[in-house]
Each structure stands twice: as C-alpha cells, then as structure tokens.
Design a protein around this ligand. Structure first.
Ligand code: GLP
Length: 240
C-alpha cells in the first residue's frame, strides 16, 4: 500500500520536473505533497532527497525545492565547435584558410600513432559564431582514414562530415586546455588586439574503434569563450 503511494508520489514529482515546471521553478512544499499523497513528510523528504542526489532538483534552506537546470558539461562531453555554438543559440561558421596534405612530423605523428613521414590532412580554419571570429583551428587527420577529403569542399562541421561520409564517429578525446596570448597574426584573424589572452585547446580524438583520428590545436578568444566543467561534491546525506 505504502509502496503504491510512494510510487505515485515519485511519478508525480517526475512529471512536475520534466513537464510541468521550468528550471528554477519551485516544487510544492513537503507538507503539500504529504497531504496530497497521504504519506508522511519523511516519505516526501526521502523522495526529494533522492531527486536531489540525482541532481534533478536543488534545495534552498528556508525557500524550498527547485527544478534543477540540465547540467552544463561542455568540456567533459566530446562536442564539436558547431555543437557548442548551436547550444549557445549561435550560428557556427568556418573560413577554410589552408587545406593540404603534409607529412605528419614527429608530434602530430606521435599523437595519431603514425610515423613522421606518413601523410596527414592539415586544415586551418577560422571558426565563427554569428559571423564573429571565435577560434583558429589547426586540425590534422590521418590521411589514410579520410581518402579524398581534400577533394570535398566543405565549410560546415568536420565531425558531421567524418560521420556522414567516412562513418567515423569520434567518441572520446584526450584534451588539454592552457592559457596563452595571441601573436599578432592570430590576433588579426580573430579581430582582437595583439597579445590578447586566449585559450589553447589541444585534442586527440578517437573513433568508435579507438583509433586516433584527429589531432587539433584550437586557439579560442579568451574574451568570448569559457569552458564550463561541472564538479560535484560527493553527497553525504546521513542515510549511509
Ligand atoms: C572543436 C575541437 C576540434 C574539432 C572541432 C570540430 O573545436 N576542439 O578538435 O575539430 O570541434 O568542429 P566542427 O565539427 O564544427 O568542424
């Protein structure tokens, strides 16, 4: 009997969170929920605690329980530039500056598991958001994995092209983010003063077969780009 009431309460809360209320809207109080579902306040509290642990609601002491915003986890998800911009409501764009086939060299070769003499495709692109330059990207792809890429004019998402034409899905990456300053040439491309601060993101991305496919160095304008990482404190709610 209690289990049924409890389940009803839980599905009601789920419905409120997913459909009826917007993020940051307040849920009914513990007392209201207890009355409506004929359960104790302790039962309601436990249901809310569970949702809090799942980070679907948050509680503010003295104010109530609120619907949590979907987590922003950009840097721990493997996203493309186009994905990132669209999520921010901006239109991604790209100016291709260089597209060439060159020997991998020691560093790129090492990252891609190639010998320095093996061919890679090098793309240099200025990436824009609503037409404003945001980032310069140097991308190196193992040429053997993307035959005829250079014959294929593209000005949209590289990751979409890899998926649609080469059936390569990038599923994980090793990535580092460092602070840097822009040299004059890069600053001009990004339309900011020379020596402005920037973020250098280096990525080696692997496909569904765990082959290293892409090595990329992306320099983002420091004034327009932020990486957001969700960090979670382990919960100790006293229930063991
Ligand atoms: C990000 C990554 C790059 C990657 C790019 C692909 O900017 N740092 O390594 O090449 O996304 O973006 P898109 O698919 O929009 O071309």
């Amino acid at each position: 009997m209690t289990a049924t009431k409890h389940e009803l309460l839980r599905s009601h809360l789920q419905n409120l969170i997913e459909r009826e209320l917007a993020p940051d809207e307040r849920l009914p109080t513990e007392r209201e929920l207890a009355q409506e579902f004929g359960v104790s306040r302790m039962t309601v509290r436990q249901a809310l605690e569970r949702l809090e642990n799942e980070r679907r609601v948050y509680r503010v002491r003295g104010a109530g329980t609120f619907v949590a915003r979907p987590a922003i986890t950009k840097s721990i998800e493997l996203t493309s530039f186009s994905d990132d911009m669209r999520r921010r409501g901006l239109t991604p764009g790209s100016h291709l500056r260089t597209a060439e086939s060159i020997p991998a060299g020691a560093n790129v070769g090492f990252a891609l598991g190639l010998s320095p003499a093996d061919e890679v495709v090098h793309l240099e692109r200025v990436r824009t958001a609503d037409g404003v330059p945001m980032c310069i990207e140097h991308t190196y792809l193992s040429a053997a994995l993307v035959p005829k890429l250079l014959d294929r004019p593209f000005d949209n998402s590289l990751y979409d092209l890899l998926r649609d034409h080469y059936h390569i899905r990038l599923v994980r990456a090793e990535q580092s983010i460092r602070a840097t300053v822009l040299d004059e040439a890069t600053a001009t491309l990004l339309q900011v003063p020379a020596f402005s601060p920037a973020l250098l993101v280096e990525r080696t991305a692997y496909d569904q077969r765990d082959r290293p496919v892409e090595r990329a160095m992306s320099t983002y304008r420091g004034d327009r780009y932020a990486f957001e990482i969700e960090v979670v404190r382990p919960t100790t709610d006293g229930t063991g």
